[in-house]
Design a protein around this ligand. Structure first.
Ligand code: ADP
Ligand code: MG
Length: 264
C-alpha cells in the first residue's frame, strides 16, 4: 500500500473565481493546511502576483531566491523553488510581484499555456494534492492553472449577483475543457463567508443547491474573524485558532475533499 501511495500522481485543483475578494486565497491556504492535518502531502501554488497565499503560509514574498516566475520561464524547477510552510505543514511554490511580468514573457514561449502543467508533472508523485490559488482574472497565468488541473473548486459568497458571475466562470471552464484540457471539470461550489442570520444568504444558498445539486459542497464556511486575522500572523486560520468555527469548517472541508476523491 505504501508503494502504491508513493507512485500515485497528485490530484490537481484550481481555486478559482473571476471575482476578487471572494475567499479564494483563504480557501486555498486553509484547505492546504486542513489536508496536511489529515496527513496528505500538499503543494500549494501561488498563481497570484499579490503573493497573499505565500505570505499567509508564513513565507516572506520579499526574500525569495526562486519563485513560480522562474519556474514558468524555465529557469527553475518546482523542486528547487518550493518552500515548506512551517506553520501550515505543506509545501508552497511562492510568488511575488515579479510574476506579473510572466504574462509578457510567456507570450514568446512555446506551449505558453502548458508551462505550469509540465512543471507539475515532474513533482506530481511527491504529493497527494496540488492546490493552485488563482488570481481574479482570466489571464495567461490563470490559463496555465486551468490547463494543469483536474478540477476547479469555486468559492463563492451567497449574494444576489453570485449566480450571474458563476455562469461566466462556468462558460470559461467549458471553453477550456474544449480547447485546452479535457480533464477539467467543476469539482464543486464552496459557500464561504456564510452568515445564516441573513435571509438572502439562506435563499441564495438554497438556490445553489437546487440548481447545482451535489456540485455544491456539504461543508459551509462561516464568516469568522479568526480566518481574516490569521494571515497577518503568517498562518492558516486552521493552525492559528484550531478551535474557531472557521478553522473547524475548513478541516471538515478537507475531509469532504478526501472523501470526494475516493468517488472520482
Ligand atoms: P480572494 O483571494 O478571492 O481575493 P481572500 O481569500 O483574500 O479573497 O478574502 C478576501 C477578504 O475576506 C480577506 O480579507 C479575508 O481575510 C476575508 N475572508 C475570507 N474568508 C473569510 C471568512 N470565512 N470569514 C471572514 N473573513 C474572510
Ligand atoms: Mg487571492
Amino acid at each position: 500500500l505504501a508503494a502504491k501511495r508513493a507512485r500515485a500522481a497528485a490530484r490537481i485543483f484550481c481555486i478559482a473565481n473571476q471575482k476578487g475578494g471572494v475567499g479564494k486565497t483563504t480557501t486555498a491556504v486553509n484547505l492546504a493546511a486542513a489536508l496536511a492535518a489529515h496527513e496528505q502531502r500538499v503543494l500549494l501554488i501561488d498563481l497570484d502576483p499579490q503573493g497573499n497565499a505565500t505570505m499567509g503560509s508564513g513565507i516572506d514574498k520579499r526574500s525569495l531566491e526562486a519563485t513560480l516566475y522562474q519556474v514558468l520561464i524555465g529557469e527553475s524547477t518546482i523542486a528547487e523553488a518550493a518552500r515548506t510552510s512551517e506553520t501550515g505543514g505543506y509545501d508552497v511554490l511562492p510568488s511575488n510581484r515579479e510574476l506579473a511580468g510572466a504574462e509578457i514573457d510567456l507570450v514568446q514561449l512555446e506551449e505558453r499555456e502548458r508551462r505550469l502543467k509540465q512543471a507539475i508533472e515532474a513533482v506530481s508523485d511527491r504529493y497527494d494534492f496540488v492546490l493552485i490559488d488563482c488570481p481574479p482574472t482570466l489571464s495567461l497565468l490563470t490559463l496555465n492553472g486551468l490547463a494543469a488541473a483536474h478540477g476547479v473548486i469555486i468559492p463563492m459568497q451567497c449574494e444576489y449577483f453570485a449566480l450571474e458571475g458563476l455562469s461566466d466562470l462556468v462558460n470559461t471552464i467549458k471553453r477550456i475543457h474544449a480547447n485546452l484540457n479535457a480533464d477539467l471539470r467543476v469539482i464543486g461550489l464552496l459557500r464561504v463567508m456564510f452568515d445564516p442570520r441573513v435571509t438572502l444568504q439562506q435563499q441564495v444558498s438554497a438556490q445553489l443547491e437546487s440548481h447545482f445539486g451535489d456540485k455544491v459542497f456539504n461543508t459551509l464556511i462561516p464568516r469568522n474573524v479568526r480566518l481574516a486575522e490569521a494571515p497577518s500572523y503568517g498562518m492558516p486560520g486552521v493552525v492559528f485558532d484550531p478551535a474557531s468555527k472557521g478553522a473547524q469548517a475548513y478541516v471538515a472541508f478537507g475531509k469532504e475533499m478526501i472523501d470526494r476523491m475516493k468517488t472520482l
